[in-house]
Write a protein that binds this ligand. Structure first.
Ligand code: EPZ
Length: 421
């Protein structure tokens, strides 16, 4: 298992290409199960999560071919209606095959995903929505056993709170349902609009994706499509913050400001200069220290929970005290004790973190517990004095394509090294 060695203190100059969004790619990949025809996806990042999902789709009968960042997926026939625990437990989003399997086969058995490091993450909203569409659901030995004899039926569903996964999953199930489905209080993340764009190009009738009310008129089948995955807004924010902590000027090619939502204004408030340019986002840190800024994580277009750990890392050396409130997940501050090992001054009280900016952090061996937390340690290491060694790199391999080489290309001193013990 590799580690990442980082020598901090080098400003970053040059281009960083922003990859396709992991959290969009894996949803459109699941959507291809709804069609008997071949679907071609481009701008698909080469990530452990994408490879993992390919394995699951192959288990259901998908013929998958990869050529660089293009992926062709063809499922002429569903060969298994069972999504086993061993695959689903490794990646929560794979639970979303339940809707498409049910829509196409009228029955499915899918393992419950279980909790994870950032919180309990139940799937009750997913299951209630599928029941509203007419599915009969039983739980048995850790599996959801679902059936919808005669097909799913459109319904009006109002989510009690915003859930990205439940919105996407219900959309996937409803496109082939009979009649109209209306989703109220739907999540508005850009990845949801991207999924709807892909489904609509396959022949679905979805209106309003990206807004709180989504209307879906069921169709009887979906066809083939070539779809390009949208750029990764979390990777965009991560590299912008790398410049924030390390200094320099970088162009994030392919990135788009409108995908950043409230993160854009929070980043600008710190003093970072961020502008759209012909080739992407230009991010520049002028010579001054960044200013402390308060954030509260919220569903899109609010400040994304997936950038909270990274923002905290940046605030550890800002001018002043920053207050950070995590409202989406109940246990998403596990990076704080690791940042403290590098000298950060962070006080956690329930949902609230108070970060007092220091002059500089000091490199240290650190260990991460989840994908975004790992990236916050990398960001911290880029600004720290001396060497930071981030272990458990497999977390980063799940969600950041070519991380080490992208950073090396803009002058960072980072290197993957094999684990010694
Ligand atoms: C997606 O997770 C993302 N994952 C997460 O990114 C992201 O942090 C999250 O949305 C919020 O933006 C993917 O897209 C694969 P939710 P998801 O349903 O869909 C609770 C990453 O690092 N909830 O919006 O699982 C839930 O526990 C990952 O890339 C229920 O209670 O998030 C959470 O507290 C981490 N019951 C809140 O809702 C349910 O049935 C929001 O979760 C569903 C969710």
């Amino acid at each position: 298992m590799d580690r990442l060695a980082i020598i901090g203190g080098r400003p970053l100059y040059g281009d960083i290409p922003i990859s396709g969004a992991k959290n969009s790619a894996i949803k459109v990949m699941v959507a291809t199960l709804l069609s008997e025809e071949k679907v071609s996806l481009s701008n698909v990042p080469d990530l452990a999560d994408v490879r993992q999902l390919m394995r699951l789709l192959e288990n259901h009968g998908t013929i998958a071919e990869r050529d660089g960042n293009r992926l062709s997926l063809h499922t002429p026939k569903i060969t298994s209606r069972v999504a086993p625990y061993d695959i689903v437990r490794k990646m929560r989003a794979s639970f979303n095959v339940l809707g498409p399997l049910l829509a196409r086969e009228e029955e499915a058995k899918v393992s419950l995903p279980g909790g994870c490091a950032i919180g309990a993450r139940p799937v009750d909203l997913h299951l209630k929505a599928l029941e509203a569409l007419g599915a009969k659901i039983e739980l048995d030995e850790g599996y959801v056993i679902a059936s919808a004899k005669g097909g799913l039926k459109g319904a009006e569903i109002s989510f009690p709170f915003v859930s990205v996964g439940a919105t996407e999953h219900t959309m996937l199930a409803a496109v082939l349902a009979q009649g109209k489905t209306v989703l109220q209080n739907a999540a508005r993340e850009p990845e949801i609009a991207d999924l709807a764009d892909c489904l609509n190009a396959m022949g679905a009738k979805i209106k309003g994706a990206g807004r709180s009310t989504i209307e879906i008129d069921g169709v009887t089948s979906l066809g083939s499509v070539a779809h390009s995955v949208l750029p990764d807004r979390i990777e965009t924010g991560a590299y912008a913050m790398a410049v924030g902590i390390a200094g320099g000027e970088v162009i994030l090619t392919n990135a788009r400001t409108e995908l950043l939502g409230a993160a854009l204004s929070s980043l600008r408030e710190t003093g970072l200069e961020i502008e759209d340019s012909e080739r992407g986002l230009r991010v520049k840190k002028n010579g001054k220290k960044l200013q402390a800024v308060d954030i509260v994580t919220q569903p899109f277009p609010g400040f994304p929970t997936d950038l909270q750990a990274l923002f905290m890392a940046m605030m550890t050396t800002a001018e002043g005290t920053s207050s950070i409130k995590e409202t989406i997940f109940e246990n998403r501050y596990m990076h704080a004790p690791e940042l403290a090992r590098m000298g950060a001054d962070i006080h956690i009280d329930g949902q609230l973190a108070t970060v007092r900016g220091k002059d500089r952090l000091k490199g240290a061996p650190v260990m991460a517990t989840d994908l975004r937390a790992s990236m916050s340690l990398v960001i911290a290491g880029l600004g720290a004095e001396g060497q930071t060694m981030v272990s458990r790199l497999y977390h980063l391999d799940r969600g950041f394509e070519n991380l080490a080489s992208k950073l090396q290309n803009v002058g960072a001193l980072v290197e993957r090294v094999p684990e010694t013990d």
